[in-house]
Ligand binder design. Structure first.
Ligand code: IPM
Ligand code: MN
Length: 354
């Protein structure tokens, strides 16, 4: 039986992951092994990423994660913050490729902050490098320079890191519309000039794929001006973090965007792109769809179970078509919409799978 390591985390993490588990149970039999990560692990073990969590994750076939973090921990030393656990587990599992699909469902085009006509039809795969760049670059630190408190980080990429993420992007494009847009800041940054050079080199192996390059400031603008121009976007860790939040709301809500974090071996990790929203914790109103779609990606990319993955996706689409909405995507002036909570929409989706 396939082993899924379940890391519910903090805030709304537990309630949204529970809905994803319902969906997984509806498509197959899995062994679920639950461990703590983030703030809840700090409470129990004094550190955000305990050894046992990492061990269980490494011994599993795939990892399903909710979200980590709470304002309560904002004052902790950076090495003990819940976010550190997320970066730590990504690094430890070698999850260098983060796939964040932004797909606008027809029924939700009206929920987009963009004009419905601009949003409608958008279907982008953001491929974000996840274990390098300025998030992990050395040297970094805080020190006194010229009698002044000074802090610095390093944005660094080596050739092999760019090559492997480029291949993920081009392989993904080959299964889609055969377009890759690489996003960088090559007009200013040395690291971006190497990025652009290596991406261009790798593109030679993919003659069918059309490659374009875009500066990140322009990309941020183009995403809201004409999101339909994009197929696959490939970019570094920091730019990908920013552009994927921007991309996600085009689809109507941050609560809809799933993600897959892959390495060249198992286990991969699957989590919604949004955070732990501590203010919504336990209120039964968080949208679990991003997590349920992450479970679908877990089946597709983590366990090679495409049929089962499709079943979950279809069930989500059906529930949306039937008009069910969590608060974040509900419009009270639309009579055909039915406002439901986290549990209810999770049940409805699981029922549509059975
Ligand atoms: C994300 C999050 C994380 C990131 C934080 C919580 C460390 O924003 O997954 O996008 O910046 O990668
Ligand atoms: Mn982010």
């Amino acid at each position: 039986m396939k082993k899924i390591c379940v890391l519910k985390g903090d805030g709304i993490g537990p309630e949204i992951v529970n809905q994803a588990i319902k969906a997984l149970k509806a498509v197959g039999d899995f062994e679920f092994n639950e461990e703590l990560i983030g703030g809840c692990a700090i409470e129990e073990y004094g550190i955000p990423l305990p050894e046992i969590t990492l061990k269980t994750a490494k011994e599993s076939d795939a990892v399903l994660l909710g979200a980590v973090g709470d304002w309560k921990y904002d004052k902790l030393d950076p090495s003990l913050r819940p976010e550190k656990a997320l970066l730590g587990i990504r690094k430890e599992l070698g999850l260098f490729a983060n796939l964040r699909p932004v797909k606008v469902m027809e029924e939700l085009a009206g929920s987009s902050p963009l004009k419905a006509d601009l949003a409608r039809g958008t279907d982008i795969m953001i491929v974000r490098e996840l274990t390098g760049g300025i998030y992990f670059g050395e040297p970094k630190g805080t020190e006194i320079r010229n009698n002044e408190e000074t802090a610095y980080n390093t944005m660094v990429y080596s050739k092999h890191e760019i090559e492997r993420i480029a291949r993920v992007a081009f392989d993904s494009a080959m299964k889609r519309n055969k377009k890759v847009c690489s996003v960088d800041k090559a007009n200013v940054l040395d690291v971006s000039r190497l990025w652009r050079k290596v991406i261009t080199e790798v593109s030679a192996d993919y003659p069918e794929v059309q490659l374009t390059h875009m500066y990140v400031d322009n990309a941020a603008m183009q995403l809201v001006v004409n999101p339909k121009q994009f197929d696959v976007i490939v970019t570094g860790n920091l730019f990908g973090d920013i552009l994927s939040d921007e991309g996600s709301v085009i689809a109507g809500s941050l609560g809809l965007l799933p993600s897959a974090s892959l390495s060249d071996k198992a286990p991969a990790m699957f989590e919604p792109c949004h955070g732990s929203a501590p203010d919504m914790k336990g209120m039964n109103k968080a949208n679990p769809i991003a997590t349920i779609l992450s479970a679908s990606m877990l089946l597709r990319y983590g366990l090679n179970m495409a049929d089962e993955a499709n079943k979950i996706e279809n069930a989500v689409n059906q529930v949306i078509k039937e008009g069910y909405r969590t608060e974040d995507i509900y419009k009270s002036n639309n009579k055909s919409e039915i406002l439901v909570g986290t549990e209810k929409i999770g049940d409805l989706i699981a029922e549509r799978i059975h």
